[in-house]
Design a protein. Sequence first.
Length: 530
Amino acid sequence: MKYSSPLNQQRKICLVGGGIASLASAAYFIKHGAIAGKQITIFEESAVEGGSLDGAGLPASGYVLRGGRMLNFSYRCTYDLLSFIPSLTDPNRTVLSEIEDFNEQVKGNSMARLVENGKTVDVTDMGFCNKDRLDLMEMLAISEEYLGTKTIAEWFGPSFFETNFWFMWATMFAFQPWHSAVEFKRYLNRFIHEFARINTLEGVDRTPYNQYDSIVKPLTKWLKDKGVLFEMEAEVTDLDFRMLGDQLVVEQLHYKQVAYRKAVLLTADDLVLVTAGSMTADSTFGTMYAAPVLSNHRKGSNWALWENIAKECPEFGKPSVFDSRIAESFWESFTVTCEGEQFFDLMEAFTGNKAGTGGLVTFKDSNWLMSVVLAYQPHFIGQPENVTVFWGYGLFPGEVGNFVKKKMSDCTGEEIMIELLSHLKFEEHMAELIQTSNCIPCLLPYITSQFLTRKKGDRPQVVPKISKNLAFIGQFAEVPLDVVFTVEYSVRTAQTAVYELLDLPLQPIPMYEGSHHPTILFKALKSLIR
C-alpha cells in the first residue's frame, strides 16, 4: 500500500551509506511512501554498493568475501523486502521465491559441526552441567537492565565455555566471552527456536549465490530502474544543524567526491538517514604470500561522520564505545579460491556433507577457533566450472596457531591453509592443495564492535526524539529486543525510519517470538538437558 501526499512528492531523501540499511530504506520510501526514485540519493564512499554484503573477484586473482550472513524464516522484515524485488534472471519471480526454491532443493543438515583432533565430535550432547543450565534459564528470564554492562564471561562459569553448545552458538553468531551479556541474552531469546537444531544448522536459509550477487545486485537494479541516484565514491563528512523550535534540523550535508568538496542544501521537510558506524570499515587484505596489516589508526567515514554529528547532541549516541576497542572487536576471515574440486571432494568424504548442505565446520581445538564453510557451487555469478570457492574465519586471530607457530593475524594465506589442512589431517594432499589454492585473508577491526558491552544511550534511537528530519539506520541504531549482526536488524531499522519520518500509519513487521510457542519452548528445554 502506498501513502502519497503533496509533501512526499517534493521531499529530497539523502541516504548515507550504500549498505543494506540504505538500500532497504530507499525501497520502502518508494513502496510505501510513494516517493519517486529520482528524489532519493544514496551516498557511498566506495565504488561498489552493498556495504558489508560484499562479494567480488575473478578466478585468476581470487574471490573475496569479507563475511557471510545467515538468513532464517524469522527474518520477517528481510523476507518482506525480498518479496517485492524481482529476480535478476526471471523478472516474473521475486528474490524471495528464488531463495525459497533454492532451500527447498538444497537441504541443510550438518554432520560435522564440530571437529577435534581431526575427528568429528558427537554434538547431540550439549555438554552442560546443572549450573550451566540454570545460568542459561536465568539469563532468559531476567531483564536487560539487571545485566547492565556485564560480559558473557561475568555471567557464566568457566565450564560453560567448554560446552559443545558454546562452541556451536559462539561460532554461528561470532560471540566472544568478553562480549555483552545483554546482546547474548537477546540472541538466546530471538533464536530460541534454533536450540533444538543448533548441531545440524537445519534452520539456516542460504542464498543461491553469495549475498552480493543474490540480494544486493537485484535490489540495486530495481532501485536504479526506479530512478534512484547513486553517488559513488562520495564520502559524507558532516551535517549542519539548526534548531527549529525544540527539534534539531539537518540543513546541509557535506561530502567529498574524488577531488571535490560538495554540499546539499536541505529543508526541514527533506530527510537524511545515516548508516552510523560500520562493521567492515578499514578492512585490510593479505595475499597467499603476504599477511594483512591491521588498521588501527584510520576510521572509515561511517565512524568519522557519526563522531562528528554525535557532538551535536547526546541523543545521537556514543560511537567511541564501539570504535575505540579494536582488541575486543576484530577477527579475521579468509576466502579460498581453488582450481578443481579436490578440497571439496576431501571435505565431502570427511564430513558426509556435499557442499552447500553442511554449514560451518568448527575446529574445537583450534587456538584460532577456526571455522570453514563450503557453499553450494558456483558461489559467484560467472564462476567457472573448474573453480570452487570456500570461506572461513578465526575468532581469535591474536593467538598462535597449533601447527603454524604464529598469530593468525601475522599469517599469509598459505600459512592459514597449512593450519587448516593440518587440523583436517589432510597432510598427504597438502602440497597439491596449496599449489592449487589462493587464500586471501582479511582483517576486520570492527567486525564484532556491535557486540561490545554498552549501556542505554550508547546507541541512538532510529529516530531520536530531538530530531526533525534525521534518522540512524544499520547495526548501531537501537532496536529494542532485536539482534545486531543480522541483515534483519538493518532492514528493521530501515522500516522504522521510513514509517516514523513519513508519519505513516505503519509499524515494522513484528518480530518472530519463539518463546510464545509452547512447542518451541519444549524443544528448547529438551536441548538444555541433552
